[in-house]
Design a protein around this ligand. Sequence first.
Ligand code: ARG
Length: 586
Amino acid sequence: MSPVPSLAEAVRQRVSDALAAVLPEAAGADPLLRRSDRADLQANGMLALAKRLKGNPRELAGRVVGEVATEGLIGDIEVSGPGFLNITLTDEAILRTLMARAGDERLGVPVAERPGTVVIDYSQPNVAKEMHVGHLRSTVIGDALTRILEFRGEKVVRRNHVGDWGTQFGMLTQYLIEHPHELDHQGSEESGGAAMSRLNRLYRDSRAVFDSDPEFKERARRRVVELQAGDAETMALWQRIVDESKIYFNAIYQRLDVLLTDDDLVGESAYNDDLEAMARELEDSGVGVRSDGALCVFFDDVKGPDDQPVPLIVRKADGGFGYAATDLAAIRNRVGALHADTLLYVVDARQALHFRMVFETARRAGWLPEGVAHHLPFGTVLGKDGKPFKTRSGETVRLMDLLDEAVERASEVVASKAPDLSAAEVAERATDVGIGAVKYADLSTSRARDYVFDLDRMVSLNGDTSVYLQYAYARIQSILRKAAERDAAAAPHPELPLAPAERALGLQLDGFGETLASVAETYEPHKLAAYLYGLASHFTTFYDQCPVLAAPEPAMVANRLFLCELTARTLREGMALLGIHTPERL
Ligand code: ARG
């Protein structure tokens, strides 16, 4: 495994060395390199620097040009405009860097400089309830971030913080005591859908009694106390409900092909035994104060519409703990016991205030060092009408139905493109295409934005979709298979001049590692999606402009096959990091 510095990094180093040589005060200054249309790279750093040192930017740039070591990397460097540097790389440098990437199983991508332990909280559906599109977003984004951070060498601990605790479990378990057969299986069906139907029925039936019968309501309330005290019978019933939900969650996770397993499932209930001590510590330290019997934390800048302070309620006046309490206990556990350097929470943007208050409370209590916890908010999934995504009758859309429909649409696309495939072949590819489409549509939108759930667009062959990327990959595989039939091998020829489309593709290929570094720094997977879309687009242009197997001479064929191969590997790796398959044939 040997990391390959990108061409941009190599140039940055050379320009910065030259800068330090002509102007010792500028040692360590960033030459501010960007991709440019005028040349391969443009350095803008001379402008601000000259201004700061009261010099002339054009003159400074000119002296830097005279000092830059160009050999083996830079073909042309010149001053332009008010003092930019336009830099063109040599074709040979591009190919040699790509050769180094091709020779490394990680494509030359370095690991993080100081890898640490990241605890990532994602998916987090609620027990006994259907998952909704918000949980879909959290699951897909969290899973991609896990893969990317692991690839960067971080130790990633997944925490599926399921909602498996709270007052509704008093109602559900009490109802089960009074109706012991409610969750019994009809027949032997063990599908996620069957489990969810049983839970839906339990939820609906117990809710109906709860709302209409005050005595049941009181029994349910007492049951919560039993549950929180760990009463064995109540716990056993609660466990049945959790297990039933797990069947359903796992069916969804399997369908989505995400990394989550039962080991990652550490729900709100897992912190029950810590809540008492956590609350005492908060109260003893004065971070939490009693207000109308409840244990609260106040913030200067959090006020309600009436300008009254809105506290974070850690413990209710009746002694019950809520959502905030489990999150606080989880922080203590993740930082204290799991030794996390970074805590990530992939949760709906509407919970931003909750996390702000929870993080600030944990910080005041001394449980959370500054800069460790990050809420990664995401936007809402909308219907075509621009309103939050619902069925026509206004109910939440069942996730499994949605995924099935995506695969169904994908199979139409796959079958229309390759009419000679067998039904089994169509089905297999349709899963990769349909699930990939749903994931990609989510991951290619910047996290915080809302997006419209539109299956027609998601499975479209044109535009920024996973199918487009999957087709680019499959097309390359088909070229490589043809090449193998003709005994044409892929081999780089760094002495050959590159056509414009080859250069552009080569430069894009070189940017993979930098893209991943930036995704890992900002936790924004859409940057990887955008990079891959750019890569597929550059490949399409290359393929249109540069015949591969029909290139005029064998060395050129070999060189272009080399570019094809590296593009395919980069696409496959990049898509895999988003959690999306790239079938060999489509
Ligand atoms: N279960 C919650 C919901 O469905 C999300 C939990 C988010 N994670 C957390 N640590 N609070 O809205």
